[in-house]
Design a binder for this molecule. Sequence first.
Ligand SMILES: C[S@@+](CC[C@H](N)C(=O)[O-])C[C@H]1O[C@@H](n2cnc3c(N)ncnc32)[C@H](O)[C@@H]1O
Length: 252
Amino acid sequence: MAALDRKSAPPPWEEQVKAAIKRRYAKLAGEGAAAPDDGGARARLLSAGYSVDWLDTVPPGAVNAYSGCGFALHDLDLSNVRIAVDLGCGAGLDVRWLAENIGGRRSVVLALDLTPAMVRRARETCAGADGAAVLAIAADMEHVALPDGLADLVTANAALNLALDKARALGEAFRVLRPGGRLIARDLVLDGELPPEVAQDPMSWNTSLGGVLEETDLAAALTGAGFTDVDISDHRPFSYVQSVRVQARKPD
Ligand SMILES: C[S@@+](CC[C@H](N)C(=O)[O-])C[C@H]1O[C@@H](n2cnc3c(N)ncnc32)[C@H](O)[C@@H]1O
């Protein structure tokens, strides 16, 4: 009887939300493959800061299935990055950019995503990229099976806001960075109150909005994880919230 009760109990909230996230992004990964580029996705990427010349070189599926909230990787010296980790890599547009712009063939980009269909899409996006090796893995950014101090750079684009436990996800980002390593992200912060229908929807996590923090809380979470030199800049309107560039460093 006890076993029957356990079987009929609904899965915990965290599992339900993560299952919903996977369903949503699996659908997007599929649509990205199927849809011809009507120009809309490309226009969004141009206004997000990706360069037109570079976008011409990437597979159309990567553009169509992009679900980031801007370009965070400009104006950085990445020449000494040997190992980069991208959390919540989605269709892998930033992964491809990193592979082509970090320290060349002796480098590697580890691309992690909860949704296996997105991991497969990221592999397709990066096939043929000239530069670092890419290893795309299905993994949860709140439980990263990588050793301490491995990475020179951790990136995340519209992904940290989806972490159900921000302290845990940021703690993992901090742990896998080497001393002096950097976190560079594009993420979302609140811009006033969310509309009630979004704020009160328990599943709004999977639309990226339910997990969005106040900017001060995001900064505190970064500091709480151990990061220094926290900088949150380049605020841009994004849906009901704002997209920001986040930079932080693990102390030497
Ligand atoms: C808004 S999309 C952004 C994707 C990609 N970074 C981009 O710029 O297109 C968020 C991605 O994070 C992934 N994700 C959500 N929760 C995650 C978690 N706990 N661990 C790893 N990936 C997660 C989703 O599957 C989805 O592909």
